[in-house]
Design a protein around this ligand. Structure first.
Ligand code: FAD
Length: 480
């Protein structure tokens, strides 16, 4: 078995910090503990870290110089984008030996090529800004996440983010044509190609996409743009069961094909939490239902076309007794208010005490089985717990979250995280699913990997890591 290389265990001292600071300039080397706080904790406080310096390089060359020096000295480096990752990969260890490279200053849109439908951007550009820049030239970049105001494209690509539009457009991996990457040795790979077809050997960009910053630092990317839609129509439906949601999904897929751009499932308790805690969120439907589905259709031609399709889908679903009630958004504001409920779901759970998270996927057909078995298993394990499984049903990905029983002790509940994971992941394994559909492995799920990957698969991963990062300086202890 290939042994994982490891960086120096020493905490970088003042002299070493000064050498790194000289690369970016004092102003962009954050050493003050108060100023460092935003880089050292993530929003749920699941991971907090310590570091001697946060470096904020302003160019690919500066990233290269930092990695070259870090590689020489054996100093461990943690790349950080918008710090919205959910598996702890972007937060340095609490022991303080890792330095942080924050990519936010690499924030240029280098080029928009309308004839190739591409946008070349630096790693620190936020996803939201990419949406805005694309819309300004009547194009669209489809990757859509609730965190898009903060997360950065470098982080999106490094985590191979999914989100709500995977059903029609695929995940981040499918949306990047080329990358610029700085390797752990400091070498710069300019792979900023705009090609849809390029069978010249190994497609190296795919190694860095989804590598969670363990193989190289992405400094820029060529993104593939889509035509801006003429209309996006949204419906919010109440249903009795996930089986009915599956039937609705089939009708929608058959009738709308790739025009079906989102199909999001949520349980009643999720809607209740959203309405209770998200300012301005309200239920789109009068009555209560066990399950809800948000369906979005996109048209490149007209609003009328998308509305007519939506009507066809829901007429068929009503006639078949699949849907109990449904509301179609009548304006952009109303569509935004339907989405607000869905996008609030990750955040609102924290107002209900402890929440144990899972980010799993199974074949789409098995989502009802996953939900039925998963809910039974976790309520058996922790009586009174409140399962809040929700998410991207259209692509088979459910965030199988569990809120603590009302009035329970939060710490005692969270202490059962691993037990709950074991139960849910065992069901996922039986259903041939994945224990990390879109959030990655990071530190949170690293120790689960040997249970779900074969020895030969793990060994290939270790060899790739050792080839790219012989001294093990880049994001050590993440993934592997
Ligand atoms: P960070 O959190 O800063 O980093 C993530 C990982 O990438 C870390 O391992 C880090 O070391 C590495 N990294 C960051 N930048 C670079 C770089 N330039 N080069 C190399 N490595 C780098 N995720 C989904 O997939 N789908 C969702 O629907 C979704 N919804 C979310 C909703 C909320 C409210 C929140 C808070 C998060 C959600 N996420 C979702 C998770 C998160 O937003 C994504 O993983 C996002 O892609 C992370 O981007 P970031 O810039 O914040 O990266």
């Amino acid at each position: 078995m290939n042994k994982m290389p490891s960086p120096s265990p020493a905490i970088p001292g003042a002299e070493i910090v000064a050498r790194f600071a000289a690369i970016v300039g004092e102003r962009y080397a954050v050493t003050d503990p108060t100023d460092q706080v935003p880089y050292l904790r993530e929003w749920r406080d699941l991971f907090t870290g310590r570091t001697s310096v946060v470096l904020r390089p302003g160019s690919t060359e500066e990233v290269s110089a930092i990695l070259k020096l870090a590689n020489e000295l054996g100093v461990a480096v943690v790349p950080q984008g918008g710090n919205t990752g959910l598996v702890g990969g972007q937060i340095p260890d609490p022991d303080g030996r890792e330095i942080v490279i924050s990519l936010g200053r690499l924030d240029k849109v280098r080029e928009i090529d309308l004839n190739s439908d591409t946008m070349t951007v630096e790693a620190g550009v936020t996803l939201e800004r990419i949406h805005e820049e694309a819309l300004a030239v009547e194009r669209m970049f489809p990757l859509t996440l609730a965190s898009q105001g903060t997360c950065q494209i470098g982080g999106n690509l490094s985590s191979n983010a999914g989100g709500t539009a995977v059903l029609a457009y695929g995940n981040a991996r499918s949306l990047a044509l080329g990358l610029e990457v700085v390797l752990p040795t400091g070498e710069i790979w300019n792979g900023l190609r705009k090609l849809h077809k390029d069978n010249t050997g190994y497609d190296l960009k795919h190694l860095f996409i989804g590598a969670e910053g363990t193989l190289g630092i992405i400094t820029a990317a060529v993104l593939q743009l889509q035509p801006a839609p003429k209309s996006q129509e949204v419906a919010f439906a109440g249903l009795a069961s996930p089986e009915d949601a599956l039937k609705l999904l089939q009708i929608a897929k058959q009738r709308a094909g790739r025009q079906l751009t989102a199909f999001e499932l949520m349980p009643r308790i999720g809607l209740t939490f959203a309405v209770r805690h998200a300012p301005g969120a309200r239920s789109p439907l009068e009555g209560e239902h066990e399950w809800y589905v948000l369906t979005e259709l996109t048209s490149g031609r007209s609003a009328e076309e998308a509305q007519a399709l939506l009507e066809e889908i829901f007429t068929e679903a009503f006639e078949a007794g699949i849907v109990e009630d449904a509301a179609v958004a009548q304006s952009l504001d109303q569509a935004a208010s339907f989405w607000k409920v869905r996008h609030a779901l990750s955040e609102v759970q924290k107002h209900e005490g402890g929440s144990i998270k899972h980010d799993v996927s199974v074949p789409v057909a098995l989502i009802p089985t996953l939900l039925e078995r998963g809910i039974a298993a976790v309520t058996d394990l922790i009586p009174g717990c409140r399962p809040v499984p929700f998410g991207h049903m259209g692509d088979g990905n459910i965030h199988f979250n569990i809120s603590q029983p009302v009035g329970a002790d939060k710490e005692a509940f969270l202490a059962r995280w691993d037990e709950a994971n074991t139960v849910v992941h065992a069901i996922v394994a039986e259903l041939d699913g994945s224990i990390s559909a879109e959030h990655g492995i990071g530190r949170l799920k690293r120790d689960l990997l040997p249970g779900v990957k074969s020895p030969v698969e793990l060994e290939m991963m270790r060899r790739i890591k050792a080839t790219f990062d012989p001294n093990g300086i880049l994001n050590p202890g993440r993934i592997l």
